[in-house]
Design a protein around this ligand. Structure first.
Ligand code: ARG
Ligand code: ZN
Length: 487
C-alpha cells in the first residue's frame, strides 16, 4: 500500500484552520532584486545562506555539469521564485519534491514548487544542470574565458550565471562549498580553503570552502594546469597561489607580484584593520582579458597585469577590496565608489609607503592630468550610471575624493574612518550615503558639500581640496601608478 501520513480527523481540521494564508496570498518572487542599474539582476522573495556546488568539468569539451544545492529562507509567501542561470537546468527540487521550472527573460530560471512556500521558512533547492559556459551569452557579454587548458569564471558585475544558479546580486551574500571534479593532472581553483582533494577513475576532485558571506560575483572557478604555491601567514592563515603553467614571458613578473600577497595583506591590516577572511592568495590563469578582479580570498589576475614587470600595486588593489568590496559589499551597483575609490586610494598609500610618490602627489598628478573639459569630470563616482560603472573616473576621481576628505578632516580622523568602516559593516552591505554619515560622525564635521563636489559634481571641482602640481614635473612613475591597473 502507498505510505502516507495518517492525521486524525479532528487534528487535520484544526491544522487546516490554522493555515492563515489562502492561495491568493502566495505571489511570485520578483525577477530582480530591485537594483535600478540592473533591474534583472538577483531575485526577490528569498535570501540565500549557503551554496553547495558539486560539479564536473571537462576542459577538452568545455562541458560543465553538476548539482547546486541552495539553502535559503523565504522573505514572503512564495507561489514561485527565480534563480539566475545561463546554463540549462534538467531537474529542480524544492524541499525534496520535484518542482516545475521554465526559463524566461535573459537568465531567469523560474521555479514553481509543488506547494506555496510560506514566509520565513527554510527552503532547500536542488538544481541539476549542465552546459558549455563559453556558449552562454547574457546581455551580450560573457564572464567565462576559455584558456588553452580549461576555463575561468571571473567578472563583474556578474559571473555566477555562467557556472551556477544563484540570486545573482551582491545584496544576497552566502557561504560556499565548491567541489569540482576535473581530469587527473588538471586543477580546479576556487575561493577559500582547499579542504581536500581525492582522485579516482582518472578524475581528481577539489573541495573548496569559503566560510564567510560572499557575493555571487566574487565566487570564482578556474580549471587548468597550474603551478601552485602554498604557505601559512604569521597569524596562521593558509595562503594558496596558482599560476597557469603557460604564462610564458609574464610568468616571472606574475610570481614576483602575487607571491607578495601576504606582505601586502599584512600592510593593509595596518591601514584597514584585521584581514576579514580565513585564507588568502591569488591566481593567474592564461586568459585573453586584461583585467583583475577581487574574487574573495583569492583574486583573479590577468597575465597582462604583469606585462611590464612586477605589479604589486594591482595586488594591493585587489587585496584592499577584501575589506572594501568583499567584506563590505555594495548595497546597489551605484555604490561602486565604496569598492573602487578605496582600492585605488590604497594603491596611493602603498606608493607613499614605498617612496614612489605620496598620495597627495598622486592626487595632484591625477587632477592636473585631466583638463577641465575632459569627460573624466562628467562621470560622478558617487552615481556613475551602469555604463560608467568601471570608468577610470570611478577609480581615480574616486581616490581623489578620499584625498579631499583626508585634507578636510586630517589624518587622525581619516585613518580612523578607513579602519572603522570595515569593522562597522563587516560581512554586510552599505551605501555611499551611509559612508558619508559615518565619516561625518567620526570627524564631527559636516561633509555634504565636500562629497557633493568630489562624488557628484559633473565638472572639475575647484581647489582647495587638492593642490595642483605641474604635470610636466611629474616623474613618469606616477603615470604608471595611476595606470597600474587595467580595468
Ligand atoms: N573590480 C575590478 C577591479 O577593479 C574591475 C573589474 C571590471 N570588469 C571587467 N570586466 N573589466 O579590480
Ligand atoms: Zn577594483
Amino acid at each position: 500500500m502507498h505510505r502516507r501520513l495518517i492525521v486524525p480527523g479532528a487534528l487535520a481540521a484544526s491544522l487546516l484552520l490554522a493555515i492563515p494564508a489562502t492561495a491568493a496570498d502566495y505571489t511570485p518572487g520578483a525577477p530582480g532584486i530591485g537594483d535600478p542599474y540592473y533591474p534583472d539582476y538577483g531575485n526577490g522573495g528569498y535570501d540565500v545562506s549557503h551554496y553547495d556546488l558539486r560539479l564536473k568539468y571537462q576542459p577538452a569539451t568545455d562541458l560543465l555539469e553538476g548539482t547546486a544545492t541552495i539553502l535559503a529562507t523565504t522573505t514572503q509567501n512564495l507561489s514561485r521564485f527565480n534563480l539566475d542561470l545561463g546554463l540549462k537546468a534538467s531537474e529542480v527540487r524544492v524541499n525534496g519534491r520535484k518542482a516545475a521550472f521554465t526559463t524566461s527573460g535573459v537568465q531567469e530560471l523560474e521555479i514553481t514548487p509543488a506547494a506555496g512556500l510560506p514566509k520565513g521558512a527554510p527552503v532547500t533547492v536542488v538544481v541539476k544542470y549542465a552546459g558549455k559556459p563559453s556558449e552562454v551569452k547574457l546581455y551580450g557579454f560573457t564572464s567565462w574565458q576559455r584558456t588553452p587548458d580549461g576555463g575561468v569564471a571571473a567578472n563583474e558585475p556578474e559571473a555566477a550565471a555562467w557556472w551556477f544558479p544563484s540570486n545573482d546580486h551582491p545584496r544576497d551574500k552566502a557561504t560556499y562549498d565548491v567541489s569540482v571534479s576535473v581530469p587527473d593532472g588538471t586543477q580546479a581553483i576556487s575561493n577559500g580553503v582547499l579542504q581536500s582533494t581525492s582522485s579516482k577513475l582518472g578524475w581528481t576532485r577539489y573541495n573548496w570552502r569559503s566560510a564567510k558571506p560572499q557575493a555571487t560575483y566574487l565566487a570564482t572557478l578556474a580549471v587548468g594546469k597550474f603551478d601552485i604555491t602554498t604557505d601559512t601567514t604569521a597569524s596562521g592563515l593558509p595562503v594558496l597561489n596558482a599560476y597557469s603553467k603557460d604564462l610564458g614571458a609574464n610568468a616571472g613578473a606574475a610570481r614576483a607580484s602575487v607571491e607578495r600577497t601576504t606582505e601586502a595583506a599584512e600592510w593593509l591590516e595596518s591601514v584597514f584593520g584585521p584581514y576579514p577572511f580565513d585564507s588568502l592568495g591569488g591566481y593567474v590563469p592564461n586568459v585573453p582579458s586584461r583585467f583583475a578582479l577581487e574574487t574573495q580570498t583569492r583574486p583573479f589576475y590577468s597575465p597582462r597585469q604583469f606585462a611590464n614587470g612586477s605589479n604589486v600595486s594591482v595586488v594591493v588593489h585587489e587585496l584592499a577590496h577584501q575589506w572594501y568590496g568583499d567584506s563590505v559589499s555594495v548595497h546597489g551597483w551605484k555604490d561602486i565608489w565604496l569598492n573602487e575609490g578605496f582600492a585605488s586610494y590604497s594603491q596611493w598609500l602603498w606608493s607613499e609607503k614605498e617612496g614612489e610618490g605620496t598620495a597627495q602627489e598622486l592626487a595632484d598628478y591625477v587632477y592636473a592630468s585631466h583638463p577641465a573639459d575632459d569627460p573624466f569630470w562628467q562621470v560622478a563616482p558617487g552615481d556613475p550610471g551602469p555604463e560608467n560603472q568601471f570608468d577610470g573616473a570611478v577609480y581615480d576621481r574616486g581616490a581623489l575624493a578620499l584625498q579631499a576628505l583626508r585634507n578636510e578632516i586630517g589624518d587622525r580622523a581619516f585613518f580612523k574612518i578607513l579602519k572603522g568602516w570595515p569593522q562597522k559593516k563587516a560581512y554586510g552591505n552599505a551605501t555611499v550615503a551611509e559612508f558619508v554619515r559615518y565619516a561625518e560622525k567620526v570627524s564631527g564635521k559636516s561633509l555634504g558639500a565636500l562629497f557633493d563636489t568630489w562624488l557628484y559634481a559633473t565638472e572639475r571641482p575647484a581647489l582647495p581640496g587638492v593642490r595642483v602640481a605641474g604635470v610636466p614635473d611629474a616623474p613618469e612613475s606616477w603615470a604608471d601608478i595611476a595606470r597600474s591597473h587595467e580595468r
